[in-house]
Design a protein around this ligand. Structure first.
Ligand code: SF4
Length: 394
């Protein structure tokens, strides 16, 4: 039997006990699983016919960008789903409805999650470390990820969850009261509450706060360009480098996400990328190599890449956690392809979560959870060799 470390042993023991009795009959709690991914499998969401409310509630705003079509139909232009809604229909992301020929977002001023987080949690490792982000989410998502960590808020309709009453001006006031350096649009998929996000971000910018966009990157270019005017940093998922996996695991598509990275890069927005390494889906080193080659060729070597460890969740509880050796291998692979800053996440206190100077190799930032006991970046430069470290530093 392969040796496992103490942390993994404790985690597996807990997972085994937490599973239903019927599933405990076997000694090992997870099935071994390989996935033959074909281009035909697709879990993308569909619109909800005749699901709009009869009257508008307080928390609404007319759609930021949509087309009015014949017979009172509308088409939302925010993300590549381009939902086409007849009167009374609800969108794929569950947040938008067609009411009498007008598109409304029902996720406006009603965040279901409000927290103050360290910026490192987003994860953003090269943006004003040790500052806090006033973090909000309204319900909704344009994907259907089988492994969603936040499905309780992403895969529901706005009226199905308890929420706060917090319009954009109030978000900004609360963020300032909390002493936050930024407002983060996060947890669910911020693109699907675009109207709430952009109005809040504009006010936050006026108030001297930064804006952080945490996203799957599935957004059309026009709204993204508007967003780029007001955001200071982003963490965008690059969930895999295969359109077939995007369709089967996430209910999305790859190319629009790649286009988003190119736009963010061209617009000079600081961004970091995150890949959750899901066993059986995202564990092909050749795909990771190809992905990193694309990143370096199209975005350069300086945007940090985070590989996150998967833990069984939502519709993928049958899968095991990502082996640590896989994550370590991917980190080495990405660095050998030329990406300068590659991190491992969901692995507390692993050396792969530290920052090392790409020039002299010395330890710049040591991370222990969200604490930074060592920080050798001064004025954006390595304290040892004076090389400029990519990012936005205090
Ligand atoms: S943001 Fe929502 S309503 Fe608009 S196109 Fe995307 S999924 Fe459809």
């Amino acid at each position: 039997m392969k040796a496992i470390d103490r942390r993994t042993f404790l985690w597996l023991s807990a997972a085994l006990l937490a599973r239903p009795l019927t599933a405990r009959a076997g000694l090992w709690p997870f099935q071994e699983e390989r996935h033959e991914i074909s281009g035909e499998e697709d879990i993308r969401g569909a619109i909800f016919k005749n699901d709009a409310p009869k009257t508008l509630w307080k928390w609404h705003k007319e759609g930021f960008s949509y087309d009015k079509l014949e017979e009172s139909r509308v088409m939302c232009n925010i993300c590549p789903n381009r939902c086409m809604l007849a009167p009374g229909d609800r969108s794929v992301c569950r947040s938008k409805v067609n009411m009498d020929g007008t598109l409304y977002s029902l996720a406006y001023g009603n965040p279901c999650s409000v927290h103050i987080d360290p910026v490192e949690k987003k994860p953003l490792f090269h943006f004003k470390p040790q500052t806090t982000a006033f973090s909000i989410a309204a319900t909704g998502c344009n994907f259907r990820c089988l492994n969603c960590q936040n499905w309780e808020i992403s895969q529901v309709k706005p009226h199905e969850v308890r929420h706060y009453d917090m319009f954009p001006q109030q978000v900004v006031e609360k963020a300032r009261e909390a002493g936050a350096a930024s407002v983060a649009y996060t947890y669910s998929e911020a693109t699907t509450y675009f109207e709430y996000m952009i109005d809040t971000a504009r006010l936050a910018k006026e108030a001297g706060l930064a804006n952080l966009w945490i996203s799957n990157g599935f957004i059309n270019k026009e709204p993204l360009l508007e967003l780029c005017k007001v955001i200071n940093a982003a963490n965008v998922n690059l969930k895999s480098f295969s359109d077939a996996i995007y369709r089967k695991l996430n209910g999305g598509r790859l190319q629009p996400v790649l286009d988003t990275f190119k736009t963010l890069h061209e617009q000079g927005v600081h961004f970091e990328m995150t890949t959750l390494v899901v066993p059986g889906y995202i564990d092909n080193p050749e795909m990771i190599k190809e992905m990193c080659g694309w990143i370096v060729a199209n975005l350069g070597p300086d945007h940090p890449l985070h590989f996150l460890r998967f833990f069984p969740h939502y519709k993928l509880t049958r899968l095991p956690p990502t082996p640590i050796s896989t994550l370590e291998h991917f980190r080495k692979l990405a660095m050998s392809e030329g990406i300068r800053y590659v991190y491992l996440g969901n692995l507390p206190d692993h050396p792969g979560s530290n920052t090392y100077c790409h020039q002299c190799g010395k330890l710049l930032i040591e991370r222990r959870g969200y604490q930074l006991p060592v920080n050798n970046i001064k004025g954006g430069l390595c304290r040892f060799c004076r090389t400029a470290i990519p990012g936005v530093w205090l």
